[in-house]
Design a protein around this ligand. Structure first.
Ligand code: CA
Length: 226
């Protein structure tokens, strides 16, 4: 099932050049709107699953919009974005019915993880069990013993390829073929950079090293991914 996600953000550059393309890299298709009035018009025709809402909109306060959305649609996912970092604002956002409250500049990985977790709630799925490593959300999230992390398109392809090998080493060529959109344009060093960044991000988010190791002269191996 495809999620209908709407992003209401009046900063065109941030919305169209940063948030939508970067969320697309994390597997989310997001419609972009620039005002509360545009959201009202859209909602007259269709109800999104999740609304990502800037607090500072030109024609309304995001808090008021959130309160109105929550009153009408108790199950809708609401994520608020704001440049304001003060605690009272954070509490207020949650009081108005938001499920999550993220500060600008938005960490895309955190936003993606929040969207995955809301999507699971909307689909009535249980939170992942707290042991072992597993791919969730059709491969777009990795859950580890101490937490979970949203994956980009390349990271997802890499981990799916390694997971299919079920603990056997996978050669560099095969990994590159899995990861690259065009193998001939792909600098082989990018594979190592991708692995390096993925390991670091997983260690940060999950509090434990991903069991992904280099096999000298061959490629990489991923052990114990369920
Ligand atoms: Ca704004």
């Amino acid at each position: 099932m495809t999620l209908r996600i709407v992003l209401v953000e009046d900063d065109d550059m941030l919305r169209e050049r940063v948030l939508r393309p970067r969320l697309a890299d994390y597997g989310f298709e997001v419609a972009g709107l620039a005002s509360a009035a545009e959201l009202e018009r859209l909602m007259a025709a269709t109800v999104p699953d999740i609304v990502v809402l800037d607090v500072g909109l030109p024609d309304a306060s995001g808090y008021d919009v959130a309160r109105g959305l929550r009153a009408r649609h108790p199950r809708m996912g609401i994520v608020m974005l704001t440049a304001r970092r003060e605690t009272p604002d954070r509490v207020r956002g949650l009081n108005e019915g938001a499920d999550a409250y993220l500060s600008k500049p938005v960490e895309i990985e955190l936003l993606a993880a929040t969207l995955h977790s809301l999507a699971r709630r909307l689909h009535g799925e249980q939170a992942p069990a707290a042991s072992g490593w597993r791919l969730l959300d059709n491969g777009w999230s990795l859950a580890g013993p101490g937490g979970e992390v949203a994956l980009t398109k390349s990271e997802r392809r890499l981990l799916q390829c390694l997971a299919r090998a079920e603990g056997e080493a996978v050669g560099r060529d095969r990994l590159i073929a899995a990861v690259a959109d065009n193998v001939h344009d792909f600098d082989p060093h990018r594979l190592d950079t991708l692995v390096y960044r993925l390991r670091r991000k997983v260690a940060d988010a999950c509090g434990q090293a991903l069991p992904l190791a280099a096999v000298h002269g061959e490629g990489y191996v991923l052990t114990s991914l369920g």
